[in-house]
Design a protein around this ligand. Structure first.
Ligand code: ADP
Length: 997
């Protein structure tokens, strides 16, 4: 009842919103009618005039205000250009294409919604590709670049090539970002007024630009003004579950998946044997009417291997299922917690399907390591620390060492346990051809929502490596995260974001909370004539598929095209085999045939066509009805499973009945489907079924049952949303840090005079160091002048002495200022003798190099921290709070380390060898260490020289590194072959440094 009222209000709010836009639609059409008499060139001139005007407006609010003012005329111009293009022929993705579209009124409304930065929900076939042209054109007039985000490379190209003609007609340029392009090509695409591409390409370009490029020239994007995301739910919700990660060679690798694989394999086999026996026992017990014991045995199987085939088959029987549920319920009462623990101990490990967790039991631990089952238990670090602390036989240093050893031991155990748990999950929960496919010796994730392969993505937390170990493919041990961002945070970069899809309403909350996007449902151009029939429900998967095959056969017999949706790649293959046996010709469309996806799906509406498709594969391509098909009732969509999310089901239904076409849809479900098993829908239905007294092969059908399924779906949606939000909460911490680091990087890259930044670092770090060394804690202590000098002289070749510094003549603050000033001067002296052009590049390099190296180390540490805080969750601490606190501390440390590293490298790098030698020559070579070493240091002036030279190899290697990245020294370019070599060797250039050139 309440729901219904709510819907009424929501519905009418939406309607009011749409109604408010109708006068504008009339205005646009009126202006458009007036444009019809103009020559083509006049339209282009309007574009040019607007561009000139808008590029002058800096203030973002003023800019949007002006855009709103010109919207009616600009939309009219686009619509009018479309009208002029009707009949025009051109190539789109290598096929001849004839333009035949002029914007419908509802499309104008959709365009306005997108321009406002909202989501336009428009049903399949309403022409969203064309809708986007309106706000894209309007916003591209600002000259700030508009991005149109598609779900795959093919659609980016198709839409850009097609709509690009319209933009070109109006005088705007269109770029296409494709996976295999070089940075130069990419930059050229981004330079265009409009760029089409996938979310991954946009996101990775961002990461490369801000996390890896070392100069502006290497960056390809030019800002994030406005993006329109096509199939916005697929990209911002489904794909958002795995972050974009750029990985590079790892410096550290500690995992042992290879080592544990054989052990875990044996363990899984043992458990399988054990569990199979339990299933057999259960059946026997049941036959003997020992029902409770049977239920208990089955529940145990559920704990140990929820996807066991025998168990799934047993669950086909409603009575057995009820007994299992009953056993489960009895254990989840507070009073029987111990009994549950005891029950688990009869297994080798337990698997939680819903929470995706795997845990070793005592039995499993002893199996893995009979000598030391505790190898797989985390040591009690707190007690150990306390014991060490109170041990009076230990000195302070010994205590520290002991604690460090204990900590390390604990880390090793944690890593080991983590590896084992991930392997168990890989074996028991991740199925090949469902969750992933193996291709070219790689494990490629399949998006279980869309059936689409997600190339280049990896599961985090070592799960990916565990699956790689399981499949025996090369484990990517050598990689570590170099840059990462979640899809959510990438799209939050845009000043304005719009989205379109056929299905957004069910996820409206999430769009609002996370992206600040509100949904407007746009009415269809024509009345929807689709018939959505009640679900058909069967006891077992087998019966369900049998009935579905009959339906497919009947439909095919009538000549009515049928699109069959499956939940996974594996399911579509199983179905395909069944159809083959029945001699029904059909085409399979799944993640494995990504390339032909669009073409196959476009033929799915032909007479008699049978098309099997994973959920949403081929999304973005519309299905036109063949001749005579409308009379047969249009396209028939048959779902073989209800998906976890209602949205995906709506998407599938939406494949038929476009633009007022006839069409119908129906779902076939069984109690064995994952959704039914995991989210309680089955319990309720089992009861209903028993009440109805349902027999083998019989089916159920009632609107009430549809609702039970939807309740289960809502529950899963909610859970998935919470999981995504959790990921995001963790990434938010990283996001803030990333913004600081990327901001600093860009500042360095843009700096006209990077020396200022270097001075900044010196002025910041030096006084702190001085304070640290010279502050005395108690009145009888001495300031550590020797320590300070040691630091100064090992970091800067300035040869400072106690006398020269005369620290005792100033306050600590003044000492800090004095030393900073001295070092700045020393640096400037060094800089003055360097190659002017190369120097600024080198200075930037010194900073960027420090930032990148330490940031990557930091990312690695953050990964570790994330794992660690999860372990802490066992100790009743909130992982997120722990993560935030420690991440902050680590970041503060990171910033300090970066500055220190910059300082350390300042004098270790120079622009060319010549300058380096000059530098050495100019250094005060005496007294380098003498003052510090005191009686033991008996270095004379000559030895002092040797000492300086000693540090040269270190300096040279840093120098070598710098040379690789710094702009090449100018000398070899400018010197003629017969000129004296600029290295002052006295030889001719061609026979000296020019020899190798
Ligand atoms: P959606 O993405 O909304 O499902 P598409 O953009 O794929 O829809 O368009 C569906 C079909 O409708 C395409 O064949 C397109 O050419 C056609 N179409 C879109 N808008 C119009 C229009 N205004 N007039 C005629 N055909 C149109």
């Amino acid at each position: 009842m309440f729901n219904w009222i709510l819907k009424k209000i929501v519905g009418s709010k939406n309607q009011r919103e749409v109604r408010r836009m109708l006068p504008l639609v009339a205005k646009i059409n009126e202006i458009e009618a007036g444009l019809q008499s103009l020559p083509d060139e006049a339209l282009k001139q309007k574009t040019a005039a607007w561009k000139a005007e808008l590029s002058q407006i800096q203030d973002p609010d003023l800019l949007q205000k002006r855009l709103n003012e010109i919207l009616p005329e600009a939309f009219a111009v686009v619509k009018n250009a479309a009208r002029r293009m009707v009949g025009m022929q051109f190539m789109v993705c290598d096929y001849e294409y004839t333009w035949n579209m002029v914007h419908f009124d509802v499309q104008l409304v959709g365009g306005m919604v997108l321009h406002k930065g909202r989501i336009a929900e428009m049903a399949t076939g309403e022409g969203k590709t064309l809708v986007a042209t309106l706000p894209v054109y309007l916003n591209a007039l600002t000259g700030r670049g508009v991005h149109l985000v598609t779900v795959n490379d093919y659609l980016a190209r198709r839409d850009a090539e097609c709509m690009g003609q319209l933009y070109a007609f109006l005088g705007l340029t269109t770029g296409i970002i494709q996976h295999d392009q070089s940075p130069e090509e990419r930059r050229a695409q981004y330079e265009c007024d409009i760029a089409y591409g996938t979310n991954s390409e946009f996101g990775f370009d961002y990461l490369r630009d801000n996390g890896m490029a070392t100069s502006r020239e290497q960056q390809v994007q030019r800002g994030h003004y406005f993006a329109i995301v096509d199939e916005v739910d697929s990209i911002l919700i489904d794909e958002a579950r795995t972050p974009l990660i750029i990985s590079g060679p790892a410096t550290v690798s500690t995992h042992q998946y290879d080592r544990f694989k054989p052990l875990v394999e044996q363990l899984v086999r043992k458990q399988t044997a054990h569990v199979n026996k339990l299933v057999a026992d259960a059946k026997e017990l049941f036959a003997k009417n020992e029902k409770e014991a049977a239920g208990m045995a089955l529940f145990k199987v559920k704990l140990g291997q929820p996807r066991n085939k025998g168990f799934l088959r047993a669950m086909e029987d409603p009575e057995l299922r009820r007994l299992t549920d009953k056993a489960e319920l009895s254990f989840y009462q507070d009073t029987s917690k111990d009994a549950l623990v005891a029950l688990k101990e009869e297994l080798y490990f337990t698997i939680e399907e819903k929470q995706q967790e795997a845990d070793l039991t005592e039995m499993g631990r002893s199996f893995l390591n009979p000598d030391d089952p505790n190898a797989f238990v985390l040591p009690d670090l707190l007690t150990e620390f306390a014991d060490i602390e109170t041990d009076t036989t230990l000195s302070d240093t010994e205590k520290v060492a002991k604690k460090a050893a204990a900590q390390q031991h604990c880390d090793h155990s944690a890593e080991r346990m983590h590896n084992i748990a991930q392997l168990l999950k890989a074996y028991c929960l991740y199925e090949k051809d469902v969750e992933y496919v193996v291709e070219e010796n790689k494990v490629v994730i399949v998006d279980t929502f869309t059936g689409r392969k997600m190339a280049g993505r990896r599961w985090s937390d070592g799960l990916h490596q565990a699956v790689e170990a399981k499949e025996g493919v090369q484990i990517d041990r050598e990689t570590q995260t170099m840059a990462t961002i979640t899809i959510q945070n990438y799209f939050r970069l845009y000043e304005k974001l719009g989205g379109m899809t056929g299905t957004a309403e069910t996820e409206a909350n999430e769009f609002h909370d996370i992206y600040g996007l509100d949904v407007t449902v746009i009415p269809t151009n024509r009345v929807v004539a689709r018939l959505d029939e009640n679900d058909r429900i069967y006891k077992t998967r087998r019966e369900k598929m049998g009935a579905a095959i009959d339906e497919i056969k009947a439909s095919h017999g009538r000549g009515q095209p049928i699109l069959v949706g499956t939940a996974s790649v594996e399911a579509s293959e199983v179905l395909s085999r069944m159809l083959k046996r029945e001699h029904i010709p059909h085409t399979v469309l799944n993640a494995k045939f990504h390339m032909q996806e669009a073409e196959i799906i476009s033929r799915a509406g032909m007479r008699g066509a049978v098309t099997i498709s994973t959920n949403m594969a081929g999304r973005g391509t519309d299905i036109k009805l063949g001749e005579g098909v409308a009379e047969l009732g249009g396209l028939f969509v048959l779902g073989t499973e209800r998906h976890e999310s209602r949205r995906i089901d709506r998407q599938l239904r939406g494949r038929c009945a476009r633009q007022g076409d006839p069409g119908r849809s129906r779902f076939y479900i069984s109690f064995e489907d994952d959704l039914m098993r995991n989210f309680g829908a089955a319990d309720r239905m089992t009861k209903i079924m028993e009440t109805f007294g349902m027999q083998e092969g019989e089916e159920l059908e009632h609107p009430w049952l549809n609702r039970s399924v939807e309740t289960a779906q809502k529950r899963v949606e909610q859970r998935n949303y919470l999981m995504r939000r959790r990921t995001l909460e963790f990434d938010d911490v990283m996001n803030q840090q990333r913004e600081v680091i990327y901001g600093y990087r860009n500042e360095v890259m843009d700096a006209e005079n990077p020396r200022v930044l270097i001075h900044e670092v010196i002025n910041e770090v030096v006084p702190k160091k001085v304070a640290a060394f010279l502050t005395i804690e108690s009145s009888d202590a001495e300031p550590d002048v020797a320590g300070l000098l040691q630091w100064v002289n090992s970091t800067f070749p300035v040869g400072l002495t106690r006398e020269k510094c005369a620290f005792d003549t100033r306050e600590i603050g003044a000492n800090g200022e004095w030393l900073a000033k001295t070092l700045v001067e020393a640096y400037d002296r060094k800089a003055a003798i360097e190659d002017e052009a190369a120097r600024s590049g080198l200075e930037k390099y010194v900073i960027l190099n420090a930032v990148d190296r330490l940031w990557q180390e930091h990312l690695y540490a953050m990964d570790g921290l994330r794992e660690a805080v999860y372990l802490r969750a066992y100790g009743q601490k909130d992982p997120l709070t722990e993560y935030k606190t420690e991440a902050y501390a680590m970041f503060v440390e990171l910033m300090e380390s970066i500055k220190n590293e910059v300082m350390n490298n300042l004098f270790r790098s120079t622009t060319n060898l010549q300058a380096f030698e000059q530098l050495l020559a100019s250094l005060p070579r005496h007294l380098m260490q003498k003052d510090l070493l005191g009686s033991e240091g008996h270095l004379g002036a000559n030895e002092g020289e040797a000492d300086t030279m000693q540090s040269a190899p270190a300096a040279q290697s840093a120098f070598d590194q710098a040379m690789q990245k710094a702009p090449a020294p100018r000398a070899p370019k400018t010197a003629g072959r017969n000129d004296p070599c600029p290295c002052q060797s006295g030889k001719k250039f061609k026979s000296c440094c020019g020899r190798t050139a």
